[in-house]
Design a binder for this molecule. Structure first.
Ligand SMILES: C[S@@+](CC[C@H](N)C(=O)[O-])C[C@H]1O[C@@H](n2cnc3c(N)ncnc32)[C@H](O)[C@@H]1O
Length: 274
């Protein structure tokens, strides 16, 4: 990874309030770069942009001709002090990070009411679709169906907050979705927070992209099974997560990325430690 890309992931993105953590940021980068390398192009979309932390990561690794669409309700209460509301803060964050912000590519509204044409008319078939909007069952099912209908044959769908006890319906929704569409869609990757899905034909390509990406070697790669598919689960030990947070909070953000450089021993199925 270039120094600039490292600085973007570990420092600039942290200036945007939000939720994607380093392992998933590195997986997004690895998959987007693997697609680009194999000429698997297309639009990129995210439901649930909040203030743009993962949206700007997608922008960073999109090709210049590719469009990145963001969808959000943008209904968070405006700050009492009269400062920018959620939508304008997203726009401001984008400009500050050096991105051109096109209002036609930021949809303000309920994702469950979107049609496939709302997406494809703006960005064409999608190569990477991140779902991080409403976390109840009907949201997840609607967003997953929408994503399935707009992805290219090589498209990837990423679900956030899977297996998080705080959002049990996300897990149910993703399992229901995969059990209904398992003839064509399968899981190939998992992290503590996200589940990565693609068409069966691309399973080995994306599993391999994760397996060999040099920037993911600091994480343990654990082979597991999920609904009939072999999955690479990236395990990030608790001690590293704690150390990373401590460094960031004590103003050592610039050094924190070093924690994600060290190589750990590869482990096979069944690693139990957190
Ligand atoms: C957890 S935040 C997303 C975090 C973001 N991806 C990041 O990187 O920081 C969830 C977002 O989903 C949005 N949201 C919730 N329900 C939605 C819906 N039905 N349609 C569109 N957006 C929705 C919320 O407004 C909120 O901004």
């Amino acid at each position: 990874m270039t120094i600039k890309d490292r600085r973007f992931i570990f420092q600039e993105l942290r200036s945007v309030e939000g939720y994607i953590d380093p392992p998933d940021a590195l997986v997004f980068k690895a998959l987007l770069q693997a697609q680009t390398k194999s000429a698997l192009s297309g639009g990129i979309a995210e439901i649930g942009v909040y203030y743009g932390r993962s949206y700007f990561l997608l922008r960073k690794f999109a090709q210049s001709q590719e469009k990145v669409l963001g969808v959000d309700l943008f209904d968070l209460d405006p700050p009492q002090d009269g400062s920018l509301d959620q939508y304008e803060r997203l726009m401001e964050n984008g400009r500050r990070l050096g991105f051109t912000m096109d209002r036609d590519l930021i949809i303000k509204g309920d994702s469950t009411r979107l049609t496939p044409d709302d997406i494809t008319s703006r960005i064409g078939p999608t190569r990477f679709f991140s779902i991080d909007g409403g976390h109840h069952l009907h949201h997840v099912l609607a967003d997953a169906k929408l994503a399935m209908e707009v992805i290219a044959p090589h498209g990837i769908i990423v679900f956030d907050d899977t297996f998080n006890p705080a959002w049990p319906e996300v897990t149910v929704g993703v399992a229901d979705f995969l059990r209904t569409h398992g003839h064509s869609l399968v899981c190939f990757g998992m992290t503590k927070y996200k589940t990565y899905v693609c068409h069966r034909e691309f399973h080995s390509i994306y599993a391999q992209a994760i397996a060999i990406d040099p920037d993911l070697q600091a994480l343990a790669h654990v082979e597991t099974q999920f609904l009939g598919a072999k999955v690479v689960r990236l395990h990030n030990p608790m001690r590293r997560r704690v150390m990373y947070e401590l460094m960031v909070r004590s103003g050592l953000g610039g050094f924190s990325e070093r924690i994600y450089r060290s190589k750990v021993k590869q482990v096979k199925e069944g690693v139990a430690s957190t």
